[in-house]
Design a protein around this ligand. Structure first.
Ligand SMILES: NC(=O)c1ccc[n+]([C@@H]2O[C@H](COP(=O)([O-])OP(=O)(O)OC[C@H]3O[C@@H](n4cnc5c(N)ncnc54)[C@H](OP(=O)(O)O)[C@@H]3O)[C@@H](O)[C@H]2O)c1
Length: 323
């Protein structure tokens, strides 16, 4: 093990409904079946906030180190090469066992995936879910074809922005809608960017073939009216509301296929495609929006996430806390 320090900083959740406190602990002892990682970056996502709020099905005993996803470098492992950049996820990390909001994490070997050398650790911890979801939505579920017109809602969000770019790569003409004016400049340039409140057939030049909706609620209800008969609507989020009321007579008349996106069953099929896109993400040919914060700016990061003002994902930089 190449770590010289025996103490290590971590964010400790001491009470549900509060923000974790930055404190110190001894570096976890390596043991068989587990990999010790020097954490480089971790995501702060809505799932993590549910844990902080005590709003998740199974809750950990406190104090607890949150962080359901991260990346870092292997310090000690029977399974993974020492020094390798790895992604950390699954096996209950950040849910019922200590997670990635720490300078060091001891996690089950099965929660560790080796990443291609040279990948930015921030990208490594954040890319899989949004890129995999966007890929499956555009290609497998909505099956976007060249020449089609595609409307993406939440187009500055992590999934939305990648979906915009993948639909354009598939040869579609893309319209990207956002909720707040401040997000308009963050819609990838390959799309025509509009406020969701300004969407109309006139504003977008007629009906679209495909809707990719990442926000739900009234945005989805209104956007559905802009899809042509026999068009498709892929639905993948409900941040703006989880209910959709259908008048069956209108639904038959509109003749739009509603296609649910459920990534829980699709990880194996998207994994090779996502890995194939990683060089484009590294070079910037494909952009994934995320904001970076040092570990000691967790409060600001959580506020950006809770208020919906964040552009894309939130990454905590675990190497920048400055001892
Ligand atoms: N079905 C699946 O398997 C699956 C897989 C991955 C993700 N998802 C879901 O897909 C959705 C998009 O994920 P993402 O990673 O792209 O999220 P994100 O980066 O946070 O983007 C979500 C977008 O929703 C918009 N929004 C509308 N109403 C909002 C509100 N009340 N609060 C916050 N944002 C609001 C925001 O844009 P404006 O500010 O422009 O409105 C934001 O850009 C999420 O709901 C996520 O849970 C589903």
């Amino acid at each position: 093990m190449s770590s010289t320090s025996t103490t290590s900083r971590a964010l400790f959740l001491e009470e549900f409904g509060s923000l974790p406190r930055l404190g110190e602990r001894t570096v976890p002892e390596p043991r068989p079946g587990y990999t010790l990682v020097r954490v480089a970056a971790a995501t702060a996502a809505h799932l993590d906030l549910n844990i902080l709020d005590g709003q998740f099905g199974i809750l950990p005993e406190l104090p607890f180190v949150p962080g359901t996803q991260g990346s870092g470098y292997v310090l000690a492992s029977d399974t993974h090469p020492e020094g390798a950049l790895v992604r950390l996820r699954g096996e209950g990390i950040g849910l019922h066992r200590d997670g990635a909001w720490a300078e060091h994490a001891l996690v089950p070997d099965a929660a560790v995936e080796v990443m291609p050398e040279g990948t930015d650790p921030a990208l490594a911890c954040v890319y899989f879910s949004p890129v995999g979801t966007a890929w499956a939505t555009v290609h497998t579920i909505a099956q976007v074809r060249p020449g089609e017109r595609v409307l993406v809602t939440g187009a500055s969000g992590a999934v939305g922005a990648v979906a915009v770019q993948l639909a354009a790569r598939a040869g579609a003409e893309v319209i990207g809608a956002v909720g707040r004016p401040a997000k308009l400049p963050h819609v990838p340039g390959v799309a025509k960017a509009l406020l969701a409140s300004d969407l109309s057939e006139e504003a977008i030049g007629g009906k679209v073939d495909v809707l990719i909706d990442t926000v739900g609620g009234t945005i989805l209800r209104d956007a559905l009216t802009l899809v042509r008969p026999r068009g498709r609507a892929a639905l993948l989020g409900y941040t703006a509301g989880r209910e959709l009321t259908l008048d069956l007579a209108d639904f038959f008349l509109a003749d739009v296929s509603l296609l649910p996106v459920n990534m829980m069953t699709r990880t194996p099929e998207v994994a090779p495609e996502v890995l194939r896109l990683l060089p484009d993400l590294s070079s910037g040919a494909l952009t994934l929006p995320y904001e970076r914060y040092p570990m000691d700016a967790l409060g600001e990061a959580v506020e950006r996430l809770r208020s919906g003002t964040a552009v894309g994902k939130i990454v905590l930089d675990m190497e920048s806390a400055g001892r």
